[in-house]
Design a binder for this molecule. Structure first.
Ligand code: HEC
Length: 162
């Protein structure tokens, strides 16, 4: 031995000096890093498809105008739109275009009470009955909502995965 401790030796000494709790902490961080690395490898090699995007927005100029209206009107105070907004108060509007067709959404914006057989919270008290929007604005909002699609396997897809 030449008296100069090697890197491994120094690491050993450092580890020995640690308190029990510190060792447990380092061990747990190590386990998490390992788990993360394995998960990441599985994902990039497509062994698992957990990282696949399952809700998509089919963007178009008209739909973008609708998005602007939705943003300004504060729909996100109750709805999740493009993954942002409140959840639990109202159904997520992500994937709306897979759950309903354009005509359904447009009719809902025209007269929510009729579309829901009288049972709707879009009654002008709890939530707006959309009467503040002009017909062309409703067209744009409906275009935006219909452009929200969900892929099979998404929580916003109408059918559970096979
Ligand atoms: C105060 C809360 C609130 C706000 C703000 C709100 N909503 Fe809603 N919305 C609801 C609730 C609750 C429902 C559940 C269905 C119902 O009551 O008719 C709903 C349902 C909907 C639906 C039907 C969803 C489905 O698939 O059944 C659409 C479309 C919709 N809202 C659009 C909008 C738009 C566009 C805005 C913004 C202009 C908006 N909402 C703002 C509460 C809200």
């Amino acid at each position: 031995m030449n008296g100069q401790p090697g890197t491994l030796q120094r690491l050993r000494t450092a580890w020995d000096r640690l308190k029990q709790g510190e060792r447990v902490l380092f061990f747990m961080v190590g386990v998490m890093l390992l788990f993360g690395a394995v998960f990441w490898l599985l994902a990039i090699t497509h062994v698992t498809d957990v990282l696949r995007v399952r809700d998509i927005y089919e963007e178009s100029p008209l739909a973008n105008e609708g998005f602007k209206l939705v943003q300004d009107a504060g729909c996100r105070n109750c709805h999740s739109v493009l993954k942002i907004g409140e959840w639990g108060l109202a159904p997520s509007l992500d994937g709306e275009g897979t759950r309903h067709d354009y005509m359904w959404i447009r009719a809902y914006l025209e007269d929510p009470a009729r579309q829901m057989q009288g049972k709707t919270l879009h009654d002008g008290r709890y939530a707006s009955d959309f009467s503040e929007f002009s017909p062309p604005q409703k067209d744009r909002i409906a275009t935006f909502l219909f452009a929200q699609k969900s892929m099979p396997g998404s929580a916003n897809h109408p059918q559970p995965p096979q």
